[in-house]
Ligand binder design. Structure first.
Ligand SMILES: *[C@@H]1O[C@H](CO)[C@@H](O)[C@H](O)[C@H]1NC(C)=O
Ligand SMILES: *[C@@H]1O[C@H](CO)[C@@H](O)[C@H](O)[C@H]1NC(C)=O
Ligand SMILES: *[C@@H]1O[C@H](CO)[C@@H](O)[C@H](O)[C@H]1NC(C)=O
Ligand SMILES: *[C@@H]1O[C@H](CO)[C@@H](O)[C@H](O)[C@H]1NC(C)=O
Ligand SMILES: *[C@@H]1O[C@H](CO)[C@@H](O)[C@H](O)[C@H]1NC(C)=O
Ligand SMILES: *[C@@H]1O[C@H](CO)[C@@H](O)[C@H](O)[C@H]1NC(C)=O
Ligand SMILES: *[C@@H]1O[C@H](CO)[C@@H](O)[C@H](O)[C@H]1NC(C)=O
Length: 842
């Protein structure tokens, strides 16, 4: 009995051992038959025979083992299916993997390794999905691997590119159809003419291009720079040029496929939904199409009007009649009468561009931007230039000699492209600058060089600014002398071209009314996001899919077109990560509209005043938001070139981006309404009940200190999770009163929002409450400035002054002649958020 057990056990162990050792390996003696499956050690991938739907053909392939929907990532005999189940995959004596029939007569597929025969070869399926072939005595060196011969899928860890030593080019090709894994018509491959670019081909025709490698990503794939999930490595040396994607979290399955419809898509497996979800794909829009606007054309999907094609600066349509019929494929030619290559040529910058196909370009990695410009300027056939590697200020020089094909712009991302123009054209772009004279050859020739240098240093500054706010003032100085022109053209309704809005580093779209009407479904009630002190806000979607927020100013600011435009242009220059970005404007008779970036997360009010969403913001996040608001306000009050007093700061005017970073909205509105800083008293008081300082609400006096007051209220609201004016508890008039009472009794911590639990640092909260109370003091002179506030919040050791009595003005306030109320951007309780407008007779 005992013996029997031992025998059974050892048989079992033997079987188990055999099973284990053989599951991921094929050897001479252990081939893989149809019906068997190899599974990689971590069970991520499996290799075996498969058929596609509606077909009996058998293929050898690799698929995900853990993914319930069979997803084949590699196929051996793509164009040579086996018609019955007699196929065998084995390793032969010469050390090749060979797929043949049982009786050896016909070989369907094999590797082609010429090698030493006197050893035992094995093929193993690795957990990365790589099938590798090696000698038993030298397991580290693969004589062949499936990663070198991808099918239609690029897996994490696969090299995409070329081995310079062997000439092996790794690319992916689509299946013929979903039922046929044969080599299809679409391929995605790396090309090396000029600089490295990836192309999607249909047969031999280019249909999409990534643009060149900028160090961060591809010039034409702005999404790629956001790298939370991938670690992308680009290698370019004597041995190879390749790009490798790694997934930071190895339990996520992600693959890049060129599919049968000619789309390159990245998909990620969602176990909860049991399906692949699209993560990214290209080409997506007409502007992605290769050479959509022809040579010297430029595609701008965000421009107003209906046609996305335009010409580069200094060029005009080759075939105006086609152009008029919305066909840009013939491209553009030099404007008639251009005097190129005479003294005075210069460059115009095109911002946020995907640079042209580098097939007509040369790259020299040892030149910087300045040298690049000089180099291009000296050679008359050079049409333009760009920086090759934009990291850390930029390095390397790409210069174009011939057709500039497939240029487009993005609303975000891309890089700067500099286009050669003659002196007259250059003057058009610089004419708006004071003191610049195109008659002076020094200015014309040297100015662009200086401009480039300045733009360059501005970029560095912008970069550093993120780390160090103090750098901003220097940056501002450089802006004042900078000459970086940004071009944007749009087409007027009658089809003629108008150049517009050339400002330093700002490009502002002029949207026509019809575009906005279409985007917002004629300002339909369902598109309405909210209402604030200066008008209503609608959500819109442009024809190209870009989402926007349209602020429709409630009553005309009383400015003419030019004044309004100047004002908006100034405000568009205020760029800060804690301010909502202004895209452009629309002006039509009495209608004045501002077009902003759309932020899906809505206002801070919809979080802090909402029982459920409040818990999404723990104290750390709230403190971060507070500091963000401080930075934004500080920038408005003193770091920007204009001194802007917001006048309507409130929770619903602080929007949160996808990462819950605060962005102040509606800044500059006061400016547009003619409240300049010398005029510290205004007829029209625009603000929100509960946030207005006493001197502003009662006398129309406003200053940076009235914003400080609003900030104080906001700060207390963020801490308490309650609205200032919804407070009827504990015999206090409002939140300020309540906070003040608690403060005096040393019980300030009871003010804290209960949803915060005890996940906070008492000292931080007490500091914030103290600062909040200082900000809402009755007398404006007693209140700190935003600089003081920033200092106090970052130096917890400082001894803060004891606050004087805050202002409790709201119950006694008598409103003026005009008063409206409206709900803000949709948070719970926003009915309390009354907006008031008081017009005073003077
Ligand atoms: C499988 O098909 C081949 C022809 O492709 C044929 O020669 C072979 O005999 C078939 N084997 C079986 C088991 O049907
Ligand atoms: C196998 O490789 C040799 C050289 O290494 C080459 O001449 C031959 O054409 C290849 N055969 C196939 C079927 O690819
Ligand atoms: C990215 O991958 C490379 C190569 O595997 C590695 O050296 C590098 O440390 C990785 N970087 C990050 C941030 O994970
Ligand atoms: C990796 O992803 C899995 C599944 O999505 C998740 O459960 C896990 O927490 C992630 N691990 C890390 C380190 O992010
Ligand atoms: C190809 O990818 C696009 C974008 O992800 C998708 O819409 C399309 O259905 C895919 N086509 C096929 C045949 O899978
Ligand atoms: C690249 O530029 C450097 C510096 O201007 C120059 O010395 C070098 O010859 C250039 N290389 C090529 C290949 O043009
Ligand atoms: C200008 O550049 C082209 C293309 O690189 C080159 O063939 C030509 O010799 C250059 N001309 C001068 C004057 O350097």
């Amino acid at each position: 009995m005992y013996q029997q057990k031992t025998i059974l056990a050892s048989v079992f162990l033997f079987l188990l051992f055999r099973f284990c050792s053989s599951t991921d390996t094929i050897t001479l003696t252990r081939p893989l038959k149809d019906g068997d499956v190899l599974v990689s050690s971590g069970e991520n991938f499996a290799l075996g025979f498969f058929s596609t739907r509606n077909s009996n053909n058998r293929y050898v392939g690799i698929w995900y083992h853990k993914v319930s929907e069979q997803t084949v990532v590699w196929v051996a005999n793509r164009d040579n299916p086996i018609t019955n189940s007699s196929g065998i995959l084995s390793v032969d004596q010469s050390g090749n993997l060979i797929l043949h029939e049982a009786d050896q007569r016909f070989v369907f597929w094999s590797t082609n390794v010429s090698g030493v025969a006197n050893d035992v070869f094995s093929a193993q399926l690795l957990d990365s999905g790589n099938l590798v072939l090696f000698q038993r005595t030298n397991r580290q060196v693969y004589s062949w691997q499936s990663f070198d011969y991808p099918s239609n899928t690029l897996l994490p860890g696969m090299k995409f590119g070329m081995d310079r030593k062997t000439g092996l080019k790794r690319m992916i090709t689509s299946w013929k159809s979903s039922g046929n894994p044969g080599i299809g018509e679409y391929s995605y491959a790396m090309e090396f003419v000029g600089s490295t670019q990836l192309f999607l081909y249909k047969d031999m025709t280019k249909i999409w291009r990534t643009g060149s490698w900028t160090g961060h990503g591809w010039s034409g794939v702005p999404e790629m720079t956001q790298n939370f999930i991938f670690n992308v490595t680009y290698v370019d040396n004597n041995n190879e040029v390749a790009i490798v994607y790694l997934i930071r979290n190895s339990s996520i399955f992600s693959r890049l496929v060129v599919n049968e419809s000619g789309i390159v898509e990245r998909l990620t497996w969602h176990e909860a939904n049991r399906r692949w979800i699209g993560f990214w794909s290209a080409p997506k829009e007409p502007c992605d199409g290769y050479s959509h606007c022809g040579s010297f054309g430029i595609c701008d999907p965000y421009k107003s009007g209906t046609f996305e094609c335009d010409c580069l600066p200094g060029y005009e349509p080759q075939a105006p009649q086609d152009w008029y019929l919305r066909d840009g494929s013939k491209g553009c030619k030099r404007k008639v009468g251009m005097k190129m290559c005479k003294n005075g040529d210069g460059f115009v910058e095109l911002a946020r561009a995907k640079v042209p196909d580098t097939s007509t370009a040369r790259v020299n990695m040892s030149m910087g931007l300045e040298a690049c410009e000089e180099f291009c300027l000296r050679n008359c056939t050079c049409e333009g230039y760009a920086i090759a590697d934009v990291r850390e200020g930029g390095r390397g020089c790409i210069t174009w000699y011939g057709d500039m094909i497939d240029t487009r712009t993005f609303s975000d991302g891309g890089q700067s492209l500099y286009i050669r123009v003659d002196a007259d054209e250059l003057a058009k772009y610089s004419s708006k600058k004071p003191k610049s004279s195109h008659k002076n050859p020094f200015l014309v020739i040297v100015m662009p060089v200086v401009a480039a240098g300045i733009f360059f240093s501005t970029c560095i500054c912008c970069y550093i600014k993120k780390k160090n706010n103090k750098k901003k003032k220097d940056n501002r100085k450089e802006h004042e002398v900078g000459f970086s022109f940004t071009v944007d053209s749009y087409k007027s309704r009658d089809g003629s071209f108008i150049e517009k809005d050339i400002g330093e580093n700002v490009d502002l779209h002029v949207f026509d009314l019809m575009t906005i009407v279409a985007a917002t479904d004629n300002f339909s009630p369902s598109s309405k996001l909210g209402e604030g002190g200066f008008g209503t806000v609608h959500k819109g979607k442009l024809a190209n899919g870009q989402e926007i927020a349209v602020k429709r100013l409630s009553q005309s600011s009383g400015q003419g077109m030019q004044e309004f435009k100047n004002e908006v242009t100034l405000i568009a220059k205020l760029q800060h990560r804690n301010l909502v970005r202004l895209f452009g404007y629309c002006f039509h008779r009495d209608e004045q509209m501002l077009i902003y970036e759309y932020l899906p997360n809505k206002g801070l009010d919809s979080f802090i005043f909402d029982q459920e969403k409040a818990s999404l913001l723990d104290w750390n996040k709230r403190f971060q938001i507070i500091r963000g608001i401080v930075r934004g306000l500080l920038y408005l009050h003193q770091d920007s070139r204009l001194k802007i007093i917001h006048r309507d700061l409130k929770a619903s005017n602080v929007l949160l981006d996808a990462d819950l970073n605060p962005k102040i909205a509606d800044f500059g509105m006061a400016k547009i309404f003619g409240g300049d800083q010398d005029e510290a008293k205004t007829r029209r008081v625009v603000g929100t009940y509960g946030y207005m300082s006493p001197e502003y609400a009662m006398e129309g006096l406003f200053s940076v200190k009235s914003d400080v007051f609003s900030f104080g209220i906001l700060l207390l609201e963020i801490i308490s999770g309650r609205k200032n004016n919804s407070y009827y508890l504990e015999n206090s008039v409002n939140l300020i009163g309540h906070a003040w009472d608690l403060w005096k009794q040393d019980k300030a911590l009871t003010l804290v929002d209960s949803t915060l639990g005890d996940s906070f640092d008492d000292r931080e909260i007490l500091l914030c409450i103290h600062v909040g109370i200082l900000c809402v003091q009755e007398s404006a002179a007693d209140r700190p400035t935003m600089t003081d506030v920033a200092f106090m919040l970052s130096n917890s050791e400082t001894k803060l002054p004891y606050p004087n009595q805050p202002a409790f003005i709201f119950r006694q306030l008598h409103y003026g002649t005009e008063s409206t109320s409206a709900s803000a951007s949709g948070g719970v309780g926003s009915v309390y958020d009354e907006m008031i407008t008081i017009v005073r007779a003077r």
